[in-house]
Design a protein around this ligand. Structure first.
Ligand code: ADP
Ligand code: TRP
Length: 329
């Protein structure tokens, strides 16, 4: 049976380099694999942390435009906003009735958010159930996600098994997580060297350019050692950012010059300049497509509406199966 790829991305901020190299790039590359491809903007999920209607609308559009600009092809992939396929909410209810409290209580991402001071709401607690519904509604077999989401995938497998077992039928297919190909892509560093994340305020927006990009890149944390002083380049996360955009051989050359030090060795300012130029060039074609899409909002609306229609039809089929299995029909 052909594979079905599906992933969701929360519209809870502007998308950054971590999102691109850790998630979006894989999503887009997977389009070349035979099978079906589903990508959606998880606006129901975003409501567990974002309470600003204007910004939610803005970020939803931004995610759509970002994916399309970076190469998502609506002919090969279905793109929609989650809330336009409300069937997943009913499915989430059905899954919730076969899910033990203990399973949800063990969720790392829930516990982490609470530890960070987020006031727990029921939506946040049941977040993994809705995520399971998102995945199972489309009979997904491969779910490209970051490491942080693997536990949610395991919970999804548990819920599918519990439901199938409770009703003695194969209502749901078992999905498997698909991790980013390279370890380095799973943890893109932010400006301060911690994992890049909007919750740490250390992000670089994918489409940043010009003077603003220069200012952002200059915030990459370095130290006060002078350029001449020989340094171990492997202790400098700045090179991890450089490696996202420059060929390996070029990165190795810059590293070697830093290691040698002495007269003419590049200082941090110089290295930041190299990163900035390489990043601007890397995203230049996508930046241009983004400009065109922003100038034609009707086109983006059309893509999302067509995607929602296809997604809805598919989710409804699964929902019907689940309703019948448990006696609602
Ligand atoms: P954030 O941490 O900014 O809130 P999300 O949790 O919304 O980002 O992440 C969306 C996707 O991007 C996930 O698949 C996640 O694994 C990936 N991702 C986020 N930050 C990084 C990073 N620094 N490096 C690699 N992947 C990342
Ligand atoms: N929880 C995911 C994240 O924060 C987003 C998401 C929601 C998702 N539903 C999904 C991802 C279904 C994959 C499949 O990144």
């Amino acid at each position: 049976m052909a594979e079905t790829y599906l992933s969701g991305i929360q519209p809870s901020g502007l998308l950054h380099l971590g999102n691109y190299f850790g998630a979006i790039r894989q999503h887009i590359a997977l389009q070349d694999q035979p099978g079906e491809h589903f990508y959606f903007i998880a606006d129901f999920h975003a409501l567990t942390s974002l309470r600003d209607p204007e910004r939610l609308r803005e970020y939803v559009r931004e995610v759509a435009v970002t994916y399309l600009a970076l190469g998502l092809d609506p002919e090969r992939s279905v793109l929609w906003r989650q809330s336009e396929v409300p069937e997943v909410l009913e499915l989430a209810w059905l899954l919730g009735t076969v899910t033990g409290m203990g399973l949800l209580e063990r969720a790392h991402s829930y516990k982490d958010k609470i530890a960070k001071g987020l006031k727990p709401n029921v939506g946040l607690f049941t977040y993994p159930v809705l995520m399971a519904a998102d995945i199972l509604a489309f009979d997904s077999t491969r779910v490209p996600v970051g490491k942080d989401q693997v536990q949610h995938l395991e919970m999804t497998q548990d819920m599918a098994t519990s439901f199938n077992h409770a009703y003695g039928q194969e209502v749901f297919r078992r999905p498997e997580p698909l991790l980013a190909e390279a370890e380095a892509m799973q943890k893109v560093p932010g400006l301060d060297g911690q994992k890049m994340s909007k919750s740490y305020g250390n992000t670089i927006w994918i489409f940043e350019e010009g003077g603003k990009l220069k200012k952002t890149i200059n915030r990459i944390v370095t130290d006060s050692r002078p350029p001449e002083e020989p340094k171990d380049p492997d202790g400098l996360f700045l090179f991890d950012l450089m490696a996202l955009f420059l060929p390996e051989a070029e990165v190795a050359e810059w590293k070697e010059r830093v290691r040698r030090g002495g007269e003419g060795a590049p200082g941090y300012g110089r290295l930041k300049g190299v990163i900035r130029e390489a990043m601007e060039a890397y995203f230049a074609p996508a930046r241009e497509r983004r400009r065109q899409l922003l100038a034609d909002p009707a086109e983006v609306d059309r893509v999302l509406a067509a995607g929602a229609e296809r997604a809805r039809e598919r989710a409804l089929r699964t929902l019907e199966r689940a309703r019948r299995a448990c006696g609602l029909r």
